[in-house]
Design a protein around this ligand. Structure first.
Ligand SMILES: Nc1nc2c(ncn2[C@@H]2O[C@H](COP(=O)(O)OP(=O)(O)OP(=O)(O)O)[C@@H](O)[C@H]2O)c(=O)[nH]1
Ligand SMILES: [Mg+2]
Length: 374
């Protein structure tokens, strides 16, 4: 290259011009070398990783993030007041005067616990425990019995609900499918869950998988708007599995951390509706391996023993991984939760004690047991 360059240039007249020429050529060569080196360092467009998806803005909602634990305990305590009053109204008179625990009193205790919807097996277990801890010659009043029951119930609940922090997948969103029969509180619980996850600084996307009614889609969108959370929705009547598929793809591509999928209320006795649920799950797994990571069954605590049947039926077809109990504020039979927890090996994930966003929180065995006794 240098030779050819020199041949086209006029012959240098003196040594200074020759030097200048040599310096010029040297500088050209250096700049060519630098440019070649820089090009070799640059990656081709395919090699350049796309810029990390920035997290969608999610300032924690007002109120919930600031609500101290004590505020939730007060809400829980007042939400469970009907259950607490009912237990107290039946049991306190039974143990009013200090007396030995006769078989008749224990029989009555069993009856009250059974009527409080704890289920026969749980009532048996509790009465058996009382029998084993009390001494035959001692007298007992309500305060002692209350303490024995509370600590045993707490122990039973803790055994079935060990500290189970939610496991977020290493990559992609935590996909939570919400199922249950009509009117149990699925859609409102999704709104409250979104508020909860936002208070934990997680980015949340909602997916309107209940396509049966236009109102159901609007209801979810409204929660989303209130919380500043996006909702993936299609037209009413669309295939719920297709909407769920879109939801997962959107959550993955936009980098969301939690995807909450609403579904239509379905009677556990209707085979076609249960088959539809199965299809939603299959399609979700196609969109993202291991999705849904969680399938939570919502039960309405006011429905009493019917909720037990629902858990049984849904558990058979939908691989339920957790339970959310709603409307505990509207029932004296919050004990149903203890019965369900004992009967089925399913963790209680959240409980709802009211209609406001902050009225649904993670289940805590100690707080629950304490709130139904004192
Ligand atoms: N008091 C009280 N009401 C609740 C609670 N959770 C939900 N609700 C109310 O229950 C009603 C039904 O709630 P939805 O969320 O629409 O129930 P759903 O399961 O989505 O109903 P479908 O979509 O029709 O199957 C609403 O009026 C809610 O405000 C709760 O913990 N306490
Ligand atoms: Mg709904």
């Amino acid at each position: 290259m240098l030779e050819s360059l020199l041949t086209v240039l006029p012959a240098p007249s003196d040594s200074t011009s020759l030097l200048l020429l040599a310096v010029g050529v040297f500088l050209i060569l250096v700049s060519v070398a630098i440019s070649l080196w820089y090009r070799s360092k640059r990656k081709s467009p395919e090699e350049i990783p796309s810029a990390p998806t920035s997290k969608p803005p999610f300032p924690p909602p007002e109120g919930l993030s600031k609500a101290p634990v004590s505020a939730w305990l007060a809400t829980l305590h007042s939400g469970l007041s009907k259950t607490r009053s009912a237990l107290q109204a039946s049991l306190e008179p039974l143990f009013a005067g200090r007396a030995a625990l006769s078989p008749e009193r224990l029989e009555e205790l069993h009856e009250v616990l059974f009527r409080a919807d704890l289920g026969i097996a749980t009532a048996d277990k509790l009465v058996h425990h009382v029998k084993t801890v009390v001494r035959t010659n001692e007298t007992y009043g309500w305060n002692e019995i209350k303490t024995i029951l509370q600590s045993k119930i707490c122990e039973m609940l803790l055994a079935k609900n060990p500290a189970l922090p939610l496991r977020y997948p290493e990559k992609g969103p935590l996909v939570i499918l919400i199922v249950g029969v009509n009117g149990v509180g699925k859609t409102t619980s999704i709104g409250k869950l979104a508020a909860y996850f936002r208070s934990q600084n997680k980015s949340v996307l909602l997916c309107a998988g209940d396509t049966f009614r236009a109102a159901a889609i609007d209801q979810l969108k409204l929660w989303g708007e209130r919380l500043g959370v996006d909702t993936i929705a299609q037209l009413p009547g669309s295939d719920p599995a297709a909407v769920a598929f879109d939801g997962v793809n959107a959550a993955v591509s936009r980098g969301y951390e939690v995807l909450l999928i609403d579904t239509a209320g379905r009677l556990h006795s209707k085979n076609n509706l249960m088959a539809e649920l199965d299809k939603i799950k299959r399609v979700l797994a196609k969109a993202l391996a291991e999705a849904p990571h969680e399938t939570w069954l919502i039960i309405d605590a006011t429905t009493g023993q019917n909720a037990v049947q629902q858990v049984k039926a849904f558990k058979e077809v939908a691989e339920i991984s957790g339970i959310i109990a709603t409307k505990l504020d509207g029932t004296a039979k919050g004990g149903i939760l203890i019965g369900i927890n004992e009967q089925f090996n399913l963790p209680i994930r959240f409980i709802g004690v009211g209609e406001k966003a902050e009225d649904l929180r993670p289940f805590n065995a100690e707080d629950f047991a304490a709130s139904i006794f004192s």
